[in-house]
Write a protein that binds this ligand. Sequence first.
Ligand SMILES: [Zn+2]
Length: 310
Amino acid sequence: MNRATPFLAILIAAGAVSAQTGIQYDKIEIKTDKLAPNLYMLSGSEGVDPGHPDGAGGRIGVLAGPEGIFMVDSQYLQIGDRVIAAVRRIDPGPIRFLVNTHIHGDHTAGNATFAKLGAVLLAREELRAGMARQPTGDPARLPMITYGMGEPVRFRMNGETVELIPVRAAHTGGDTIVRFVNADVIMIGDFYRNFGYPFIDTNNGGSLKGALDGLELTMKIAGPTTRLIPGHGTYINRTDIIPYRDMILDVQKKVQQLIAQGKTLQEVLAAKVTSAYDAKVPGGLLPAGAAGTSADRFVSMVYSQLKGGQ
Ligand SMILES: [Zn+2]
């Protein structure tokens, strides 16, 4: 392998900043936050991931203890060494299980790294099917155990009960929320966010109605002091979901009225139906993908969902 080293070194240097996404992988550090005696959240640095300026990549959960480590999500592939180091600082024991909250690369791209360390990967059947359709990727990244809608999958380890609760077609078509019963913590993935407007990935099976159902479900299963941990942004309680849901319903109503008046998508975007919320939504007017701002992406999604009779 030595002969290949110079070439590899060039590849690694070129990969330090992604030309497509602008992510500065070499600058991402992992911050560890202890939520309970054996439950930790890991998040990436601020200001180095243009898609997630508040914290690079998706948040990881780590349940540690003598029965081995249970992880939620796997971050970007490029920072696997730093994620492993952060997990090892918590607990040097075996990483036994890893569940994905949804298919996006900021939550799953590191899957193969942990599978190769011996972790059994789990996810919704829809997530695995979507991942299997991707044209490239290490086969080791595919979840080995899958589950559908219905009763939560339960793990009893390290004195904790972990519930994998399926959510129908919300942020994506294969969302799971992960509840740590004794710690009173629920990792809710990305159907709620407090940086930018809601992002429903309809290309990956997500739906506005499913996201609203997911928010209702979360409010139902959370107690008044349950900490809800989104995939990005700050921790919340269930009361924080109410204004978020109401904002979605209000925007939905305004878009519906404009559709009833025969307005096109361009006309609906020009109507700035989120303006009452823009000052309260950090990152709401920042660019978010090809569709324009986060607000434009959200309104475009609402428009196409309503147009499609969803
Ligand atoms: Zn995410």
